[in-house]
Design a protein around this ligand. Sequence first.
Ligand code: B1M
Length: 215
Amino acid sequence: MGILGDIKNAIFDGEENKIVELVKQALDEGQTASEILDKGLVEGIRATGDAFEKGEKFIPEMLLSSESMKRAMVILKPLLVEEGAGGGFGKAVLATVEGDVHDIGIELVGTMLETAGFEVRNMGPDVPTEDIVEAVKEDKPHIVGLSALLSNTMDVMPDVIEALADAGLRDSVKVMVGGAPVKQDFADEIGADGWAYDAASAVPKAKALRSQLPD
Ligand code: B1M
């Protein structure tokens, strides 16, 4: 099966003590950080979600899988940033919207944007709308990136866009949305400026949006 399959299984089985060792082994064997991320970790967490949906896994097991993923990311994040080009692209404020505790996806988006040269403030999960508005006032980012993993929390996204408009900040930022249930048509419907399917495609999208703003 190979080391990437072992990593996928270790995430699926929530083996938080074994994962670090496996990731180091994969790096020693010459796998790149992105290969380990895409073909090991992300595959493993996706399989976990599928098993949860079928009733084969429960919340405590999903937590172990996500904890394992986070431990692996501690090793991979600096390497992913190193793999990327870098280069002063602009600022991004990222958050998973209020009521939603899923933060692995937005972490990955943040890592990829940093890799591409954005200065990133990742506010983490379950962020109240007013805190996002405050962060935009303080940081004056070019991009506001919102994530939602639940079909009910995606409905918070238009509230954030409206709150930015009410605060007079809407024209100074580009709002990008994403997360498993969020699609392009939803992004269009709520007046977001962009949508990306995954962390890799978030980079060209954020760059394109950034280029639409003055320096
Ligand atoms: Co939750 N959960 N969960 N969960 N969980 C899902 C999302 C679910 C699809 C599982 C399932 O049923 N198959 C389901 C949602 C169904 C729905 O509403 N459509 C679900 C549910 C129901 C729940 C609870 C309600 C369960 C319960 O309590 N009964 C509960 C909700 C709690 C809450 O938020 N209020 C809950 C809780 C949890 C845990 C806490 C146990 C844990 C989260 C731990 C953590 O994040 N710290 C958890 C996990 C781990 C998952 C799954 C298994 C994995 C999520 C993940 O990390 N994926 C997930 C099933 C799944 O995704 N298949 C599931 C890996 C990550 C790399 O992908 O987050 O999609 P993703 O991010 C991608 C893209 O979406 C995109 O790029 C990322 C990287 O490529 N992307 C963006 C994300 N944000 C973006 C922003 C962008 C652009 C792209 O621009 C800004």
